[in-house]
Design a protein around this ligand. Sequence first.
Ligand code: HPA
Ligand code: ZN
Length: 336
Amino acid sequence: MKPVKSFIEGMPKAELHLHIEGTLEPELMFELALRNRVHLPFDSPDEARRAYAFSDLQSFLDIYYQGSRVLLHDRDFFDLTWAYLRKAKEQNIRHTEVFFDPQAHTARGVPIGAVIEGIHHALANGERELGISSKLILCFLRDLSAEHAIQTLESALPYRDYVAGVGLDSSERGHPPEKFTKVFGRARDEGFFVVAHAGEEGPPEYVWQALDTLGVSRIDHGVRAIEDAALVERLRAERVPLTVCPLSNVKLRVFDSIHQHNLPELLDADLIVTINSDDPAYFGGYINENFIAVQEAFNLTKRELATLARNSFEASFLAEDQRREVLRELDDLSAL
Ligand code: HPA
Ligand code: ZN
């Protein structure tokens, strides 16, 4: 094994951009389809994998929502989340901030309580049995209405103790963040932290809006921010983190290849960049594979890799004492 690969594997990491529905591996999808008598348009897990060739975000979302149809009961959400956490443990993830898309499930008649309780119980087990801390982030689907987002937030309030933040995802083009100003204001008033996908396929203007109208403390993706020098300066000066997902960006054709990815420019601009897996079951890699891909493409040094790992804890909503402890561990690793 190359030493740099084992260095990546050994680094403690926080994952900040991970859709739990996007961790549904085809084998579990088939198991749940059988258990819940849901028809799948594929004959085998391998056939499903072969269908994972995407031309843009929407072509992925169509398959991703279709896969989510096997998730019906709290036990299914538990099994999904537990499978991810076991993988996260293998990859030395110490802290994870997990997105979920309740509207993708309530639209199919699944009660929001089944979704949240299933995920929560697995996260609580993960903390107890695997030592992985976590936060759960409820995402609004931006291609649905602002009113539906408000109803969704209200329906989640009885589970307030299990949800730490809210986010915004799904089809970006034509769905500017400002459409969700009201629900994000409400969420902030309720004490949730707020983040949003912006500048993945959408223009830099959407990143400005996420900051100015939604009041987000972190931008998910944000790679297109580089097109606007004033925006880059704002992100740098205010230390707004970007949760970058390299393999996702290549799979969804935001960049033609990993070599074309703008990670080096984002780092050169002194932005708080983090590396994440987004929807690993669909994009061909978990967090370590994302780190390895950018290390190989850009010949990143161990010091640069450790900075990316440090950033992940700095950008997280982890409690201060836990953050300090893991940062000390990273200091020791980088001193080797
Ligand atoms: N972008 C937007 N919506 C999503 C994504 C993404 O990368 N993954 C799951 N939903
Ligand atoms: Zn995402």
